[in-house]
Design a binder for this molecule. Sequence first.
Ligand SMILES: [Fe+2]
Length: 363
Amino acid sequence: MEQPNSKRYLIDPHLDFISAEGVPIHEDFGLDLLTLELAKWPRIGGDGAYALVKGRGDFLDMYVQELPPGGEGEPQRHLFEEVVYILSGNGSTSVDTPSGKRSFEWGPKSLFALPLNARYQHFNGSGSRPARLVSVTNLPLVLEAFHNLDFVFDNPHVFEDRFGDERHFQGEGDFIPVRPGRHQWETNFVPDLSEFELQEWKERGAGGRNIMFVLADGTMHAHVSEMPVGTYKKGHRHGADFHIFQVTGEGYSLLWYEGEPEFRRVDWRHGVVYAPPDMMFHQHFNVSPEPARYLAVAFGGLRYPFSEDKRRTFMGMDVSVKDGGRQIEYEDQDSRIHALYVDELGKRGIAPRMDEVFDPARA
Ligand SMILES: [Fe+2]
């Protein structure tokens, strides 16, 4: 006989919630967000689907929303953080702030965050083309902690400290210089990630450049990194949940756990997303005739690292594993890594430009 409380264990409030939303839940190591199958999503408007990658970690999820031509999303308000990246289309988002409504116009490769618990609404600005948005959120964290939908979706508290300067809704921001790899740009909205000016970060590899974002004073992290033509970064590892989106160029990543004989490979281009799973080494390679730039969105940022793992990551991501850090220097890497890269570039008629930083003969 079934006892009244027989199901009251191993409860997953987040999985229960997204399963009841009535849209597909796609789950894989990596996903192509541009071709993902979607379904009508009455709660948020338009069509959508959840897109869960294996390396998402415990605290983040991801979903795609597509607004039809001339369409709009439902007004929303929620007690979880959300970072939005525009995959295709043009439109605008309005946000209610304590000093009035703010509105900004986005296009392909825009990045923004919704201030915590602020009411907002998305609008497709085109009458002929759909607009496709992808959001990474920390809903799993919040729902697992409170498991109460009214508290999360119908909460009157106004977080006055999360709206930031009015300029932060207009595509402007504040540069916060720290040191290479830790320079930050504080804002709510970046109009076009493909054009954003990056800062030098030699320690992560050949000619690499980067910027860390602080969005709507949130705890979620975002950064953009770029590899010049004919170069690849150094391998490294860290905890789960860095969702990687390609912004410009094409390339691939190799991933492996320490001691594994073979690499796992992910080929990327605009629309592809994946997340390196917990402490899995990974390394990014540009094989295109233009600089390859990617966006990473994660749980716990440079300002509010949230976990001990993130503190170690942000301090040790460009320090050799031999010195207690999390990076593999070029001369210490598996010899197949450089050979494969030279081979891949050869197929495309592109010359490697690694000579200045790496001599395979000395490895
Ligand atoms: Fe990484």
